[in-house]
Design a protein. Structure first.
Length: 439
């Protein structure tokens, strides 16, 4: 399948569902998280495993007879850093199993089609690869303007008919398309009340990331690539992570023209740019000097994938570079969440809390410990220690006297990860990846 899709970009695959056999469904089941939230069926992973062979056999039979019915997603609300709430859809266990199997089949086709500047929800790619690509592109190309864009409510606005139309470019198996229609139209259950879904795909569903990438591939990626090739004379760089993307332009006029055309393009498919998160700013190797001559102050910064990007110059040679710091509002939101959890764990054994807090800090550092972000990660770890000290002191009156800051620092150094840079510079990792891919 991969080879056929790679060799012929117009080939339609008319027989795909037979790949969803019992073995693939079993592998899909064991790929799922053991302790994930349950859907409207109320079935946990461990309950399903008790009779997994018979359950998979019955599920396989229903899928291929057409008797399989998708269940509505259970809606849960997750707080966002800006105070709003993000709706997530929790699918039933069997829906997750079938979706995972279908995703693996479709990935064999679409991974041959997706463009190189698309990084979101793809195997072998992630946020740091996108961040590396962006840093290398903005520092190595004559970019003077950056369009930092975000599609408003993307997952909730995906048009179902356009989604199926895009899939039909490559998928000719009507049985597989019927399965996908069932997931799209299954609806959502919010506090036991079912509501119909005519647009959108639930965030949190196993199939949603791939379906979103297919939708964006035809709506955005191919169009932006065409625009860069046919409408621009100056340099243009693009990095996309799902519905969050950055486009760098050499020409201000071409940047403005692209932004206007992009709004029209998205509107055709029922999408629109988030006005509060979409900005065209002066940014690049000449931005600092140009704005200084005009008396316009320092270049504006932009946020992408958890980091605020700034124009800067190296201390040694004065060369243009990009500084990346963890977004301050998100750091504060993370610390606030840790503070709440620490208070709930106030009277737990210190060793137990230390193990939990160590895993939290380690996970945060693994993402945020990039070159140039030393000050921010040190401040984060120190603030975590202060929050923990406050909780320990509140356990008893004696704790306020016994637990000094010096003692707490020694205790934290023993139990918490030491803040240090864990990622290489973008040009080193990005260059290494290109060399590997070229072999």
């Amino acid at each position: 399948m991969r080879q056929a899709a790679r060799e012929d970009s117009s080939l339609r695959f008319t027989s795909l569902l037979h790949h969803v056999d019992e073995q693939l469904l079993t592998e899909s089941f064991y790929e799922l998280k053991r302790h994930a939230a349950v859907g409207v069926d109320g079935v946990t992973w461990h309950e399903y495993e008790r009779n997994v062979e018979e359950n998979i056999r019955d599920l396989h039979d229903r899928v291929h007879r057409g008797a399989y019915r998708a269940q509505p997603s259970r809606r849960v609300w997750i707080p966002k850093p800006d105070g709003r709430q993000r709706p997530l859809g929790v699918a039933s266990l069997e829906d997750k199993i079938v979706q995972q199997a279908v995703v693996w089949v479709l990935q064999c086709i679409y991974e041959q089609d997706f463009l190189g500047f698309s990084y979101g929800f793809r195997p072998g790619r992630g946020c740091h690869q996108a961040l590396d690509a962006l840093s290398v592109a903005l520092t190595s190309k004559p970019v003077n303007w950056v369009l930092d864009a975000d599609i408003e409510g993307f997952f909730d606005a995906i048009d179902h008919e356009w989604m199926i139309t895009f899939l039909e470019h490559r998928v000719g198996d009507q049985r597989l398309l019927r399965l996908i229609r069932k997931w799209l139209r299954a609806g959502v259950s919010d506090d036991g009340e079912w509501s119909k879904t005519t647009v959108g795909t639930p965030q949190g569903a196993v199939a949603s990331p791939l379906l979103a990438n297919v939708f964006l591939h035809y709506v955005l990626d191919l169009w932006v690539h065409w625009w860069r090739t046919h409408r621009c004379q100056g340099a243009v760089v693009i990095v996309c992570y799902a519905d969050d993307f950055v486009i760098g332009f050499q020409s201000h006029y071409e940047a403005q023209a692209c932004l206007a055309a992009l709004r029209t393009r998205l509107a055709k498919f029922g999408l629109k740019l988030h006005e509060g998160k979409t900005r065209l700013i002066e940014f690049g190797r000449y931005a600092i000097d140009n704005r200084r001559r005009r008396g316009a102050g320092r270049p504006e910064s932009f946020d992408f994938l958890g980091f605020t990007h700034f124009c800067a110059k190296t201390r040694s040679h004065g060369w243009f570079t990009i500084r990346r710091f963890s977004i301050a509002t998100r750091v504060r939101a993370t610390l606030a969440a840790i503070k709440v959890r620490l208070r709930k764990r106030m009277h737990r054994p210190l060793g137990e809390t230390a193990r939990w807090l160590s895993s939290v800090v380690q996970g945060w550092l693994q993402y945020h410990a990039v070159p140039g972000n030393t000050q921010r990660i040190n401040r984060f770890v120190n603030e975590v220690i202060r929050l923990w000290l406050r909780v320990i002191r509140n356990r008893s009156q004696k704790g306020k006297q016994r637990w000094t800051w010096a003692r707490m620092k020694r205790f934290a150094q023993k139990h918490l990860p030491k803040p240090h840079i864990m990622h290489p510079y973008p040009n080193k990792r990005f260059g290494a990846r290109l060399k590997v891919g070229a072999v």
